[in-house]
Design a binder for this molecule. Structure first.
Ligand SMILES: *Cc1c(COP(=O)(O)O)cnc(C)c1O
Length: 428
């Protein structure tokens, strides 16, 4: 038996092979809208989902397909669908599960944009979200009702340095017969593999670490292939006959690939939140070095968090990689290679000091992004979390005296020197 390839090999090779037409070793950018059918029978078979192939790039594209296979492999899933952004991935993940009157139970600790998407925008579809503290498993269980169709959380939550107890939440989801959706954007599969802890679906903003260089937006939904969509009758989009495909039943026909096929054949076909081949190309280039970058991101974050924690100008640091964190004990089980590179710290001097700190940094860029090779900083209370009430800001770990950093892969000493001089002006 041949030995299975390791992560560093798969992040370069999974899904890609030399181009059959030219031998090109790097995955070509198939910059084409449509693909010629061999003949009328071939076209019919493709449209009936009897044969897998390429029709039109809103549905499938060879460059995007390589990325889908690579992300699915790195997450240990059965299949993946890429789409135009992380937020698109979240809608695409919920779309086959939900309907008017249905709800999801979501963690209070989420990316600010996700809190807005779930608390406001999805209501237009007749969907709703109930937010609970996922450390309170009893509250999580009692929030679930007959209309609940999914449980949603982030592995390492943005922005607060919080780690979800994925094994406990996964076991609860399993007992309740509900799919668990885990946003693994801030951890990446190098640090955390949610499917091994019971996740049904893993969603990504590939905009962040997977691409890693701040060039393109994108998203992905990985299906574990483990969920029985037909067991409860709650997921008719996947278990019942689909009128648009002559009564085809996705789960019965495609088994562990049901969610992935539905995501392409119905989700991308009708919602059209497609990733373009250029974006897939940049993300494929980024993924080749994912493990190397993440190791450096984590090493830098650990060093800078320790330095900040020891500094009298800082009130507190919320990094799960620090022994002082209430979630430090989860690192070994949930993300054994480190707690990521995203954390917040509270500055003495409150809102005003945070604004001055952000204004005085030279190397850190003040942007609404994370997971770039460059170090980034943002003041959530005045930006990403400004739509939320002060109460909700605090619950999300984004109080007015808090800044969030996404530590890059520069020299840690240079980053510390930059923080040191900016803190001096901010707290003078
Ligand atoms: C950025 C981000 C999103 C949204 O992704 P986009 O690509 O910006 O749409 C969702 N979840 C997390 C954790 C994120 O960091």
């Amino acid at each position: 038996m041949t030995q299975p390839y390791g992560f560093a090999t798969l992040q370069i090779h999974a899904g890609s092979r030399p181009d059959p037409a030219t031998g090109a070793r790097q995955t070509p950018i198939y910059q084409t809208t449509a693909f010629v059918f061999r003949d009328a029978d071939h076209a019919a078979a493709l449209f009936n989902l009897q044969e897998v192939g390429y029709i039109y790039s809103r549905l499938t594209n060879p460059t995007v397909s390589v990325l889908q296979e690579r992300i699915a492999t790195l997450e240990g899933g059965a299949g993946a669908v890429c789409c135009s952004s992380g937020h698109a991935a979240q809608i695409m993940a919920l779309f086959p599960l939900m309907g008017p009157g249905r709800n999801i139970v979501a963690s209070t600790r989420l990316y600010g944009g996700t809190l807005t998407q779930f608390s406001q925008t999805i209501r237009r579809f007749g969907w709703s979200a109930k937010f609970v503290d996922f450390d309170d498993l009893a509250a999580l269980e009692s929030a679930i009702d007959d209309d609940t169709r999914a449980i949603f959380c982030e592995a390492i939550a943005n922005p607060g340095g919080y780690i979800t107890d994925l094994p406990a939440v996964g076991a609860l989801a399993d007992r309740m017969g509900l799919p668990l959706i885990v946003d693994n954007t801030t951890a990446t599969p190098w640090l955390c593999r949610p499917i091994e802890h019971g996740a049904t679906l893993v969603v990504h903003s590939t905009t962040k670490y997977l691409t890693g260089n701040g060039t393109v937006t994108g998203g992905a939904i990985v299906d574990s292939g483990h969920f029985n969509w037909s067991a409860s009758g709650k997921f008719p989009s996947l278990s019942a006959p689909e009128p648009a495909y002559h009564g085809l039943k996705f789960h019965e026909t495609f088994g562990p690939l049901a969610f992935t096929f539905h995501g392409i054949a119905v989700g991308l076909r009708d919602l059209g939140m497609t990733m373009n081949p250029q974006a897939a190309h940049y993300t494929l280039l980024g993924i080749e070095t994912l493990s190397l970058r993440m190791e450096r991101h984590v090493a830098n974050a650990e060093r800078i968090a320790r330095w900040l924690e020891a500094d009298p100008r800082i009130e507190s640091v919320t990094y799960a990689g620090l022994p002082s964190s209430p979630w430090h004990h989860r690192v070994a089980q949930v993300c054994p290679r480190g707690a990521g590179a995203l954390f917040t710290f509270a500055v003495r001097g409150g809102y005003e000091a945070c604004v001055r700190l952000v204004n005085n940094l030279n190397l850190f860029s003040h942007v609404a992004n994370l997971g770039d090779t460059r170090s980034l900083i943002i003041h959530p209370a005045s930006t990403t979390h400004r739509q939320l009430s002060p109460e909700a800001q605090r619950a999300a770990g984004a109080a007015p005296n808090v800044v969030r950093v996404s530590i890059g892969i520069e020299d840690a000493g240079d980053l510390i020197a930059d923080l040191d001089q900016a803190l001096a002006s901010a707290t003078a």
